[in-house]
Design a protein around this ligand. Structure first.
Ligand code: NAG
Ligand code: NAG
Length: 122
């Protein structure tokens, strides 16, 4: 069976045990990127007729954003809210641009992103 570690990993690990190695302490990246992504829970549920509270829609994303604040996730460092997939209209715009599904995201993605992150006005 092949070892997962290389001999150099063992030497570095041993030196770190003896406190002969140090990591950069500049206050950056103290946590991994933390956030919430729609896919693991909601997959590609676009059926808002039968599942009005569990389909991918701006209502769902706003609800998740509100919960990230009210349940303390934002204060704990969760800063990303990612809509993974299935937000698109099946056809593109006149110039080939991606469009949201206007039935499930009637206010548009820009408006939704301003709701989620009010300071992001670009
Ligand atoms: C998709 O885009 C087309 C063309 O802009 C539009 O007519 C249609 O209503 C849109 N459908 C949805 C569900 O957003
Ligand atoms: C965009 O968001 C604002 C504030 O949330 C809201 O008042 C406005 O009606 C929205 N615009 C559209 C087109 O939905």
């Amino acid at each position: 069976m092949q070892s997962y570690f290389k001999w150099s990993d063992w030497i570095i690990g041993f030196l770190c045990l003896l406190r002969f190695c140090d990591s950069l302490n500049n206050g950056l990246a103290l946590t991994p990127p933390m956030g919430w992504m729609s896919w693991q829970r909601y997959r590609c549920n676009v059926d808002c007729y039968n599942y009005p509270n569990d389909c991918l829609s701006e209502m769902l994303i706003k609800r998740i954003a509100d919960l990230m604040v009210s349940e303390g996730y934002k204060d704990a460092g969760y800063e990303y809210l990612i809509i993974d997939d299935c937000w698109l209209n099946k056809t593109r715009g006149r110039n080939g641009e991606l469009l949201e599904d206007a039935e499930r995201f009637p206010s548009g993605m820009k408006n939704l992103s301003n709701y989620v992150r009010p300071t992001n006005k670009s």
